[in-house]
Design a protein. Structure first.
Length: 268
């Protein structure tokens, strides 16, 4: 008598989840890149432009949620999805065709071969050029995961989805395409209004300290690391600009942290 053992196939239903705010110029391409998913959910933080209208016209489900912060907003979005398997995107990100093919293969794997979460490399574009150095690539992100196996980290900036210790992690080969920086003015604004203040606040809350010397040298150190150590020079002029902005970010971050430290001293 012969016995044939059949592998159990996992039925993976996927919710593509996008967080957005005033992204009428980018939301359409983001939604179109995930229209193959079983659900497309856009969580909008009270946009004043046509973001919600455009997303809905493309078939996405839209939920309005006041901004909670990066981590909490993405956790809300994951919790609001219909299915446990989440593909998480920002409005300025796209799923590449090669990435879609990899995800489709996962849907047809035997149950024992499917991980609980997959890290995906993110290919950033700057000045209309893919950046493969400067510390910007591969920029691994946990973006395809079973939400029951972890949660978003409680971070003010550089948030990430963290799987439980007993969860199985794997990586995909293809990229998420990231088109975050529109121009030099936008880059400068992002650093001044978002990244440097949030980084300084997060460092302060975690008990990290800076000094006048660090404020004075942080910019030079960041430029050297980005342009030379991380080979930003191989990305040409865009690599130089990225390195220069990295210097500005480091200087401003430490200066803002220094101000927070001194305000705290004045209150004692």
């Amino acid at each position: 008598m012969f016995y044939v053992k059949f592998a159990t196939i996992t039925i993976v239903k996927i919710s593509a989840v996008i967080v957005a705010f005033n992204e009428e110029e980018k939301i359409a391409d983001a939604v179109k890149s995930v229209q193959w998913a079983d659900e497309v959910l856009v969580v909008d933080s009270e946009s004043s432009d046509r973001t919600r209208e455009i997303a809905e016209n493309l078939g996405a489900k839209v939920i309005v949620q006041k901004w909670l912060g990066f981590s909490k907003q993405k956790q809300f979005a994951a919790d609001s999805a219909r299915y446990d398997w989440i593909l998480s995107l920002d409005a300025d990100e796209r799923v590449s065709e090669r990435l879609l093919l990899e995800i489709e293969k996962i849907k047809n794997l035997p149950a024992g071969e499917v991980a609980d979460g997959y890290r995906i490399s993110r290919l950033n574009f700057y000045m209309n050029r893919p950046i493969r150095h400067c510390g910007w690539y591969p920029d691994w992100q946990m973006r395809f995961f079973n939400r029951a196996k972890g949660k978003w980290s409680d971070s003010l900036i550089h948030e990430s989805f963290r799987l439980r210790q007993d969860a199985k992690t794997s990586r995909l080969k293809a990229d998420i395409l990231h088109l975050s920086v529109e121009n030099a003015a936008h880059h400068h604004k992002m650093i001044g209004e978002r990244y440097a203040p949030l980084a300084a606040r997060q460092m302060f809350e975690r008990g990290k300290k800076t000094s006048v010397l660090k404020v004075m040298t942080a910019g030079f150190t960041a430029f050297f690391q980005t342009y030379f150590v991380k080979a930003g020079f191989l990305d040409g002029f865009p690599g130089f600009c990225i390195s220069r902005f990295a210097a500005h970010h480091a200087f401003l971050k430490h200066l803002l942290l220094w101000e927070l430290q001194n305000k705290n001293k004045d209150r004692k």
